[in-house]
Write a protein that binds this ligand. Structure first.
Ligand SMILES: [Zn+2]
Length: 229
């Protein structure tokens, strides 16, 4: 459900499967760890019981698995439960994640890695040049102030093959094995294949600035961002 609407922070779901302290639901708002973004944490409630979800991941069958804190009760199959994510943390992930897209639109180099957390996030760029921090900070501020809308759409491999120029504009190559690819578009400044959670417009990223820039080898610059608040 986070793909359709990243802002849904509570929902009622039915338990499909339980294995030890792992639970699979008929539908979920929990983002599974991946793409450099942490798995969501949150709470399940049913009857007078409550369980903390300490992490979420996607298994081999592409089912989203919720890990219940070992000291908490486990719901049973078929049970209807109220689920909620730790929204404050997830919203920080959404702002950070969107901020990394903005960073990638300013530093037009190949991206070789990345990581997101609520307190700081980074992208690794395949670049030899030094990073002009003042310039990047000013550009980030401009993009936030311009309040560009953010939207997503689905395309097929065939669509991509018919639009080779589309791929050339992307700093991340679309996966060649997926039948359908989700594209995330930020105004007219960024278009990437991405399955993560983003805010609805760049103004929501808020105060953002560069953190440390680390030299990790001749052709690798690790560029960190922080949120101002
Ligand atoms: Zn993204």
């Amino acid at each position: 459900m986070f793909i359709e609407n990243a802002y849904t922070n509570s929902e009622t779901s039915i338990v499909k499967e339980c294995y030890q302290n792992e639970v699979i639901l008929d539908k979920t708002i929990f983002y599974p760890i991946g793409g450099g973004q942490p798995g969501d944490t949150g709470t399940f409630k049913w009857g007078n019981k409550e369980a903390k979800i300490i992490n979420t991941y996607s298994n081999q069958d592409n089912s989203i698995v919720h890990i219940v804190d070992e000291s908490d009760p486990i719901p049973t199959s078929g049970e209807s439960i109220d689920i909620s994510i730790d929204w404050e943390k997830r919203y920080l992930h959404m702002r950070m994640h969107t901020g990394l897209h903005l960073l990638g639109s300013i530093l037009k180099y190949g991206v070789t890695g990345g990581n997101i957390s609520a307190s700081k996030s980074r992208l690794d760029f395949d670049m030899e040049d030094a990073v002009d921090k003042e310039y990047v900070n000013a550009e980030l501020e401009k993009l936030v102030d311009a309040d560009h809308p953010i939207s997503s759409s689905w395309i097929t491999q065939e669509d991509l093959q018919n639009n080779p120029e589309m791929i050339r504009t992307m700093s991340v190559r679309p996966p060649s094995n997926a039948e359908k690819i989700r594209l995330v578009k930020i105004g007219n400044i960024d278009l990437q294949p991405c399955g993560g959670t983003h805010v609805n417009s760049t103004a929501e990223v808020g105060k953002i600035r560069l953190g440390k820039v680390e030299k990790k080898g001749k052709r690798n610059r690790r560029v960190n961002i922080e949120l101002g608040d």
